[in-house]
Design a protein around this ligand. Structure first.
Ligand SMILES: NC(=O)c1ccc[n+]([C@@H]2O[C@H](COP(=O)([O-])OP(=O)(O)OC[C@H]3O[C@@H](n4cnc5c(N)ncnc54)[C@H](O)[C@@H]3O)[C@@H](O)[C@H]2O)c1
Length: 317
């Protein structure tokens, strides 16, 4: 089976490419490398350096493929507030083009990278897939719009689709050619930022007066290797027309102070940090209910925070 991995030179997409190849899938990649890195592309892969917004490039990338894993997109929450039109264009319009070109080539299977940002501030935690969706930023709104678009495509045109709503993805994968890891610029994710913290530029802890045990926000983290395992299980579950949405996390949470402690333990000294005021729009606790993915995909994450931090640290060495 040949899979088109859009965004296949980015953090999660490049990890997917590596694991899919290892399991015998053939791979095509479409990525404009605006955030990704062409040096992650392994030998034996068909790589189209092009944009989701260019229908001819999308059609070329889809040629000969049986299914799509769609990771490409813009994913910085802060940037999405400043540039909502850019986010709508790349994420929503780009996915529209992808679905249209898939239909022209009779490709009916897609696994999409959705996000916990579709839920916004939850009324109930852990969050179920049936929870209300009230995104609090344009990034989350684009992911929700795409989920709706895919549902419509499935009912009108019979595609078989899975949207995977990731919580916080972390960790890294060591490939023969080196580590596949977060190389975002700017880096907005907590674990790499904690590991880069210095006395001169200490990591900020946003809010120490939240209604949690240690006063800092709690988030749910999933290792990127476990995440890709879920993608492959989701891909293998496709066939009948329809659209399923699954949360992917660990089903439990770590506070920001716990992440700093895990990183300090891994590095062998106390990582410098500075307590700072709350950030607007940050919910206190975000934890996924992952029972649907466990039940329907027979998926179970196995890597904990210690492994996520250790792999990220090793990838930075
Ligand atoms: N990292 C997380 O914790 C997390 C959480 C929830 C959802 N997601 C989603 O997962 C996906 C992958 O995330 P990531 O962390 O690997 O991000 P990333 O930025 O590393 O990867 C995205 C890739 O998409 C490519 N891209 C961007 N615009 C494009 C376009 N117009 N045409 C073709 N390629 C384009 C980029 O060059 C990059 O390689 C994204 O859709 C993101 O929204 C990530």
């Amino acid at each position: 089976m040949r899979v088109l991995v859009t965004g296949g030179t980015g953090y999660i997409g490049s990890t997917a490419v590596e694991i899919l190849l290892g399991q015998g899938f053939e791979i095509s990649i479409l990525d404009d490398c605006s955030m990704g890195h062409a040096d992650t592309v392994p030998a034996g892969v068909r790589f189209i350096q092009g944009s989701l917004l260019n229908a001819a490039e999308v059609a070329d990338a889809l040629a000969g493929c049986d299914a799509v894993m769609h990771f490409a997109g813009k994913s910085l929450v802060g940037e999405s507030v400043e540039k909502p039109d850019l986010y709508h264009s790349v994420n929503v319009d780009g996915t529209r083009i992808l679905l249209d070109e898939m239909r022209k080539q009779s490709i009916t299977k897609i696994v999409f990278s959705s996000s916990a940002a579709t839920y916004g501030e939850p009324k109930v935690v852990p969050i179920l897939e049936t929870a209300e969706t009230n995104p609090t930023n344009p990034y989350g709104a684009t992911k929700l719009a795409i989920d709706h678009m895919i549902t419509k495509e499935a009912s009108e045109h019979g595609i078989s689709a899975a949207s995977l709503r990731y919580f916080n993805v972390a960790g890294a994968l060591k490939a023969d050619r080196g580590w596949l890891a977060e190389r975002h610029n700017p880096e907005t994710h907590l674990i790499p930022n904690v590991l880069c913290s210095t006395q001169a530029n200490p990591v900020k802890i946003f809010g120490t007066d939240w209604p949690t045990a240690d006063g800092t926000c709690i988030r749910d983290y999933v290792h990127v290797i476990d995440l890709i395992d879920a993608h492959i299980k989701a891909l293998n579950s496709l066939g009948a027309a329809g659209h399923e949405i699954y949360n992917l996390g660990s089903g439990s949470g770590y506070s920001v102070r716990e992440v700093v402690k895990a990183a300090s333990d891994a590095i062998g000294h106390q990582i410098p940090f500075v307590d700072s005021p709350r950030r607007a729009g940050d919910p206190a606790v975000l934890i996924a209910d992952i029972s649907k993915a466990k039940r329907m995909l027979a998926w179970e994450p196995t890597r904990d925070m210690t492994t996520m931090v250790a792999d990220t640290l090793n990838s930075m060495a």
